[in-house]
Design a binder for this molecule. Sequence first.
Ligand code: FEO
Length: 422
Amino acid sequence: MLPALTSKPAEEIAPGVNWIGAFDPDLRSFDLILKTANGTTYNAYAVQGAEGVAIIDTVKEEFSGQFFDRLEQVTSYDAIRAVVLNHLELDHAGALPELMRRAPHAHIYVSQRGLKLLQATLKDELAHYHYTLTDDGDSLDLGGRVLQFVMTPYLHWPETMCSFLLPDRILFSCDVFGAHFCDPRLYNDLVGDFRFSFEYYFRHIMRPFKKWVLQAMDKIEPLAPVMIAPSHGPILRTRPMDYVKSYRLLSGSHLPNEVEGKEKSLLIFYLSAYGATADMARSVYEGASAIEGVRVSLYDLQGGEVEPFVDLIEGADGMMFGSPTINGDAVKPIWDLLASLIAIDTRGKVGAAFGSYGWSGEAVPMIEDRMRGLKMRVPEKGKRIKFHPTEQELEECRSYGQAIAELLSGKARPKVIDFAEL
Ligand code: FEO
């Protein structure tokens, strides 16, 4: 029989190391971007050393009751010597203000980049507490047990870190290796099948930071943890290194990219109501394809799903979007694709937009604004054509595609800026 969620006692996951987190089985959407069909947990931990207790992370504020009940089952507030904050997003730091009121003598450990967030969380109360800013190699000796701090920036906030307990070799990884999965059996070898949640969590939380994930795995692999205790979902006590390997795999490409070496990849997406933008897209494609060293692909979004295109864009160097203007806007499938790019790193990729219009032609500048918002480079002014393009206008589209491809290939002609257009 499954243990009841709120009445489940603190769980000793290793001698003197207790899970004191909280269950949130009814959550169905996290941070507005993730679906959570199985709810989630906010895992926090209490580590007992000969010279006191360290509390590692807290929980979302509205679940403080569960957290303090479990904390009081395993220690007293007087015995808390340290509060370690691996990450200051409010699902982990929500109960911090109250914890510090109850244990004001406890010393806070937070990464250097976490200081501003700590100030924002505790406000004026911070002046009453002591804190230490941590960096790689710093540690906290609890007496017979040491917590080593491992900086893992951008997993998934700039300030995030992990804490590694020695000699037990338990990694408290906060969001890293987390999953939104709520199961009172707690351990990966006992809970239901959470593989979907683990990968889904990675794709929505860690995926934009793959470069940083790989750097973090370089630090974590040599530690060879025997248990990974994240702050969401199952505690990974069986084959923890499989999950480290999984992060490496998820940070790589699933299929070999056929566009290799010095060749650049340019993707052209379009939709067309009356065939005009489609004709423009084909001409842009012809122009771009004439440039050596650039592999160009053309996709009609009417025949595609968003998710696989996001995968393609992640590996591409440049992308162009063609949309007619309808009701003063770009069409919905274009926005669906552009909105989904939040899940990947698009910084520095080249972007361009084109489209046919009837009255005002807002779609192209709106797409350009969105691409700039995604930190992409938009080096050429978008190409807009009123109604159906003439042969001369199609030639202009070829030149436009050629210009973008030349820029990608590094053969771009010197640009003449028309100040009247600025
Ligand atoms: Fe689970 Fe980034 O908070």
